[in-house]
Design a protein around this ligand. Structure first.
Ligand code: ATP
Ligand code: MG
Length: 313
């Protein structure tokens, strides 16, 4: 575990206290969620579809407004400073960057241009250093630097998305489902890289995942969300040993031993999902694009002006 005695004395890199997130002034997506990520730790936020993981990440990154969402209650601190009302560019400047779910690359720009977008707050020297660092971390991107990002494989696109986030030299990196839609070998590669990033740079990482087994293998601590709330948290070891986690999240079924109705009811209670329907897929996509645009800040829009209409495809 990365929390040394030094890091215990420092303020947490990220502290979320009892936040409630509401969309459209009516749909409550997250209620009373608290979590903490100490400096240098990898903390995972786990849970199934619709649990509220991405909403928490969007709140932390300051991009909820673009989706007509807001933090109704609670507070968020980044290195001890309140950021729950801060706009996305301020949060990026304070060291927290998100790799959004689904990558959200500027698909008609090249790999290199995508990295440049991520470095819009940096000077020329830092930009050059950042490029060198990212191409060292992902050598296969170096070979493809002039290729159009939209034509890369899913794994390569995920590498570009992580690389783009690293270009702004974050102190806290929030990854939203980096394994989504990737083949197992590529997932291993991405997770190895996440582990190496923490080892080599002491980067603090908040990892949102549905792939609980992969996430618990590399994180120090994890929170499990269901129906917009945290229902369980603990060290990765505690959670790997927990019977419910083993059964419902790690796929280690003990069904043979669970024969009474009480067990079945217990299962149903734990697997109850929200009843409110999600917005239409098309508007969700549009909103997500807007949130990424907002996260990148207005300067990035200038960089991408030449292909703004198709950039986020
Ligand atoms: N822009 C939005 N407008 C209205 N409701 C939303 C919006 N975004 C998310 N929600 C709702 O909030 C709840 C939590 O969604 P969220 O995307 O945070 O879950 P998640 O845990 O990230 O799920 P997944 O694993 O599928 O990505 C869901 O019920 C969802 O329909
Ligand atoms: Mg999500």
């Amino acid at each position: 575990m990365a929390s040394t005695s030094d890091s215990v004395n420092l303020p947490p890199a990220l502290a979320v206290h009892n936040i409630q997130i509401v969309y459209g002034g009516a749909i409550e997506a997250v209620r009373d969620v608290s979590l903490e990520v100490r400096q240098g730790q990898i903390v995972a936020l786990l849970g199934s579809n619709g649990a509220g993981k991405s909403s928490v990440l969007k709140a932390i990154s300051g991009v909820l407004e673009a989706e007509d969402g807001e933090i109704e209650k609670g507070s968020i601190q980044l290195f001890g400073e309140g950021v729950e009302r801060a706009p996305a560019p301020t949060i990026v400047r304070r060291g927290m960057v998100q790799v959004p779910e689904g990558r959200r690359l500027f698909a008609s720009l090249t790999v290199d241009e995508n990295l440049v977008v991520g470095a819009h707050l940096q000077d020329a020297r830092s930009l050059a250093q950042g490029r060198e660092y990212v191409y060292g971390l992902f050598p296969r991107l170096a070979d493809r630097r002039k290729q159009i990002a939209g034509y890369l494989s899913g794994g390569e696109q995920q590498m570009v998305a992580i690389g783009r986030a690293l270009m702004s030299r974050p102190r806290v990196l929030a990854l939203d489902e980096p394994s989504l839609g990737l083949a197992p070998l590529i997932v291993s590669e991405i997770f190895d890289t996440i582990g190496r990033l923490r080892e080599s740079t002491n980067l603090t990482i908040l990892l949102v995942e549905q792939n609980a087994s992969r996430a618990l293998a590399i994180c120090d601590y994890a929170y499990i969300m269901e129906n917009g709330r945290v229902v369980l948290d603990g060290t990765s070891e505690q959670l790997r040993r927990n019977q419910d986690v083993r059964e419902f999240y790690l796929g280690m079924s003990t069904q043979a031993q669970r024969t009474s109705m009480k067990d079945v009811k217990h299962y149903k209670r734990r697997k109850r999902w929200r009843s409110c329907p999600p917005p239409k897929a098309a508007s969700m996509l549009l909103l997500s694009r807007r949130s990424w645009t907002c996260a990148v800040s207005p300067n990035a829009l200038a960089v991408c002006a030449r292909s703004m209409t198709s950039a986020c495809r």
